[in-house]
Design a protein. Structure first.
Ligand SMILES: NC(=O)c1ccc[n+]([C@@H]2O[C@H](COP(=O)([O-])OP(=O)(O)OC[C@H]3O[C@@H](n4cnc5c(N)ncnc54)[C@H](O)[C@@H]3O)[C@@H](O)[C@H]2O)c1
Ligand SMILES: [Zn+2]
Ligand SMILES: [Zn+2]
Length: 378
């Protein structure tokens, strides 16, 4: 079938993207779903900083490629052997696909399954297939097995979690990355308990989701840290008890003073080394610094090794909120439906395919949280 899509043809183009147009809106050919694959119509797809990092060439990818990895839609066709889904079902799409066979899958950690890392690096689906082509026949790569900045997508069945039809798809889309990553860092990776204290460094779509999950988990003190005063003001409205402006030398000192030597749990959701350094500096003796931010692939973090040992500190990564999609998406949607995780507030407006490059200018400026692409809206 033919459809409209935003095709990323070059990485690392200068800003403004509204002028340089790293993504071109093109008609492309999408092949029908193969065995184990599903065709979905994209209702909504969020603009995540990881997409911006791909546009900026922080992570080289095979080109041309269709990016977009946070979304929700409607099942339109099933490939051979697909079970548990029917045409017309509403689904959230996540980039976590897994082989089900390796030791990580066996231990309930599908988010770090090696097979899906390989497929992502090659620009294929987990099945090894590529289903996208330009009209002149040139193959177009898949991004994270999803490629949601398009009217339709063919994805693996296990990239999809079925959801109830009364959940607005524009809200459901956020659960595909921002909410799963931020809330998952708090609930799964950190396993935050009622009464505990936490700091979140970096208050974008991911960090604000972490903040809301900390409120839902019953944290008594939630410290919000960002370089933007506007984000701090929002964080306070949404449950942060203390706010600190980052980007100057005294920030870590101020947080350590306010918390009698730092916090047991600090989540970094900014995606930069200065942010991780700050997160580490405000972690208490015996505490954990959990990083969910994704900087340039070559970026390195230095820490005082002797103090890591003598203070029994830990530094952990958190990838897609340490999720098991079919376990966690219904759980988080339940929190949202009961008003305990009001992530619909993360939406900063809607864009069409034609406006997507400008959308990434705004994300890069830091003036928005989650903009939602509606590729099929009239
Ligand atoms: N671990 C994962 O699975 C996963 C999933 C999604 C996104 N990410 C990554 O998470 C990060 C955040 O994504 P997002 O979409 O929320 O981004 P965003 O651009 O919406 O938000 C980033 C926030 O960090 C703040 N910030 C920047 N530098 C800072 C500093 N030095 N100190 C404090 N705050 C600082 C910015 O002001 C902004 O509010 C990105 O690096 C993204 O690639 C990781
Ligand atoms: Zn993302
Ligand atoms: Zn596996």
């Amino acid at each position: 079938m033919r459809m409209k899509a935003a095709v990323l043809h070059a990485q690392g183009l200068p800003r403004p993207y509204a002028r340089t147009q790293p993504m071109r809106i093109e008609e492309v050919e999408l092949a029908p779903p193969g065995p184990g694959e599903v065709l979905i119509e994209i209702a909504a797809a969020g603009l995540c900083h990881s997409d911006l990092s791909t546009i900026e060439n922080q992570r080289p990818r095979p080109l041309p490629i269709i990016i977009g990895h946070e979304g929700a839609g409607i099942v339109r066709a099933l490939g051979e052997g697909v079970t548990g889904l029917r045409e017309g079902d509403h689904v959230v799409a996540l980039f976590v696909t897994s082989c089900g066979e390796c030791r990580h899958c066996a231990r309930g950690r599908p988010n770090i399954c090696g097979a899906s890392f390989d497929a992502r690096a090659k620009g294929t689906l987990m099945s090894g297939a590529r289903r996208l082509k330009r009209l002149d026949g040139e193959v177009v790569n898949h991004n994270s097995g999803l490629s949601l900045f398009a009217q339709f997508a063919v994805v693996m069945r296990d990239s999809l979690v079925k959801i109830e039809k009364d959940i607005p798809l524009e809200d459901a889309a956020l659960f595909g990355c921002a909410v799963m990553t931020g809330a998952g860092a708090i609930l799964n990776t950190a396993r935050l308990r009622p009464g505990e204290e936490v700091a979140v460094v970096g208050l974008g779509g991911v960090g604000m989701s972490a903040l809301m999950a900390a409120v839902a988990a019953g944290a008594t003190r939630i410290i919000a840290v960002d370089t933007s005063q506007a984000k701090l003001d929002l964080a306070r409205e949404w449950g942060a008890t203390d706010c600190f402006l980052a980007g100057h030398a005294d920030c870590a000192v101020a947080v350590r003073e306010a918390t009698a030597g730092g916090l047991d749990t600090v989540i970094e959701t900014a995606g930069s080394i200065p942010a991780l350094e700050l997160a580490y500096a405000i972690t208490a003796r015996g505490g954990s610094t959990i990083s969910a931010g994704l900087p340039n692939v070559a970026a390195k973090f230095a820490y005082p090794h002797a103090a890591l040992v003598s203070e029994e500190r830990s530094i952990r990564g958190s990838y897609m909120g340490s999720c098991v999609p079919r376990r966690d998406i219904p759980l988080l949607l339940g929190l949202y439906q009961s008003g305990k995780l009001p992530v619909d507030r993360l939406k900063s407006g809607f864009v069409s395919l034609e406006q997507i490059n400008e959308g990434f200018d705004r994300l890069s400026d830091g003036t928005v949280l989650r903009q939602i692409l509606r590729p099929n809206a009239a």
